[in-house]
Design a protein around this ligand. Structure first.
Ligand code: HEM
Length: 415
């Protein structure tokens, strides 16, 4: 394959609109995996990068976190942003995904215990209750709804509000904040090109969370917001910006990722009705099916790593400054790892080998919680659904970072 072709095909990783057409996106990614698995992409509008499309190569780069760092910026930039980049300005609030080495280890250590399986299991009653309430809500629509916007978008946010210990009245405000910050590339959600708008959202976030941390410092409770507000590194409380970074990543990272897995998961089941039937007939498969649905949807499309010292992966010798784009969505359809990778198979034996939660030191902190949420919702929903079908054409979010269905109109009968 000639270099120009690689660049043109590689546009699918940089152009938000490309992700809104998943069939065509995956066709191009599959071709790159076969013909140019580590492709050099140079486009006028975006920073130059190497697209890493195979499962094994993504793991190799993540495994060598001293060689390939998250700094200066862990996601793809436009050429203008890249050329003018000042990391402090691009990321005034630092979160775990912007950190490396000891700094990352120390910060992750503050909340790690909270997200371990034993702690997450304590949340299962609350998660089950919320799943029941949202399926009740679906039933209350009278037999037709947009599953993405009416159900899937709200339930994970309510789980997050619960773990942070925030009141239900703040639901709407948080929904708007996370959608506007994370969906900023999508014209329906974000304030594209409106820097003042994005700044206003950030300021709203900052004032909300400043109040939260002050209240948890004066009156600690047993929620995650208190753990963060009262955490100490080297004997001192965290600086305000670090506290903000934590709240920001917990509030955003677990929201539309999980929502997209649920809406995209239902859509995948509607497109594979025999798998839906199989799950309804054998609910014990739901635990495994959650991973298969998350693999299939892969809501986090990419993260970026920057090479620090010369290092060979496959046939490419990377040099310092090279930017590698880890395409989790592509790695999860890698035919060398997943047999019939394009098929949905709720009983797939190696479903959990997917890279939708990343790999290595930055492996998704919320993975156990996310699996629990997906399982709880589908257990409740599939146990009560009598029939369901699409009631319109689904549409997809335009975003290079987190994307999935924006709209999944359905008609159904439910108990
Ligand atoms: C199905 C839903 C989810 C998906 C697909 C997902 C995916 C990811 C991915 C791909 C990463 C980066 C991993 C890497 O760089 O190797 C990540 C990191 C992270 N996720 Fe998730 N996530 C999900 C749900 C959640 C939830 C529910 C939470 C918490 C409430 C959460 C919190 C985080 C945090 C804090 C990080 C940063 C970890 C670090 O840099 O050390 N995620 N997630």
């Amino acid at each position: 394959m000639i270099a120009d072709d690689q660049s043109e095909l590689g546009r699918i990783f940089a152009d938000p609109a490309a992700y809104a057409d998943p069939v065509s996106w995956h066709r191009t990614a599959a071709r790159l995996r076969r013909e140019a698995p580590i492709a050099r992409v140079s486009l006028p509008e975006y920073q130059d990068f190497w697209a890493i499309t195979r499962h094994a190569d993504i793991m190799e780069i993540e495994r060598n976190a001293e060689v390939f760092t998250n700094a200066p910026v862990p996601a793809l930039l436009s050429r203008v942003q890249y050329e003018e980049q000042d990391p402090d300005e691009l990321a005034p609030v630092k979160t775990l995904v912007q950190m490396d080495g000891e700094d990352h280890k120390a910060h992750r250590g503050i909340v790690n215990d909270w997200f371990k399986p034993a702690s997450v299991r304590k949340l299962s009653d609350r998660v089950d209750l919320l799943a029941t309430q949202w399926v009740d809500q679906m039933a209350a629509t009278g037999g037709a709804c947009d599953f993405a916007t009416d159900i899937a978008m709200h339930y994970p946010l309510q789980v997050i509000l619960s773990i942070l210990g925030l009141p239900e009245e703040d639901h709407q405000r948080m929904l708007q904040l996370t959608q506007e910050l994370f969906g900023a590339e999508d014209p329906d959600f974000g304030r594209v090109g409106d820097d003042a708008g994005v700044l206003a959202v950030m300021l709203d976030f900052v004032s909300y969370f400043t109040e939260l941390s002050a209240s948890r410092r004066s009156h600690p409770t047993d929620d995650l917001a208190s753990v963060i507000a009262n955490a100490r590194l080297d004997g001192s409380l965290l600086p305000d910006l670090d506290v903000m970074g934590f709240y920001l990543i917990i509030a955003t990272a677990g929201h539309d990722t999980t929502a997209n897995s649920i809406a995209g998961g239902l859509l995948a089941l509607l497109e594979h009705p025999e798998q839906l039937e199989r799950l309804q007939a054998d609910p014990a498969l739901i635990d495994n099916a959650a991973d298969e649905l998350i693999r299939y949807v892969s809501p986090v499309k990419h993260f970026v790593r920057t090479c620090r010292v010369p290092f060979r992966v496959g046939e490419v010798e990377f040099v310092p400054g090279d930017v590698t784009l880890l395409s989790f969505a592509s790695g999860n359809r890698d035919e060398e790892v997943f047999e019939e990778a394009f098929a949905l198979d709720v009983a797939r034996a190696n479903a959990s080998a997917h890279l939708a939660f990343g790999f290595g030191r930055h492996f998704c902190l919320g993975a156990h919680l996310a699996r629990m949420e997906v399982r709880a919702l589908f257990r409740e929903l599939l146990g009560r659904l009598e029939w369901i079908e699409l009631d319109g054409t689904p549409t997809f979010v335009q975003s290079t970072l987190v994307s999935g269905p924006k709209s999944v109109p359905v008609r159904f009968g439910i108990r």
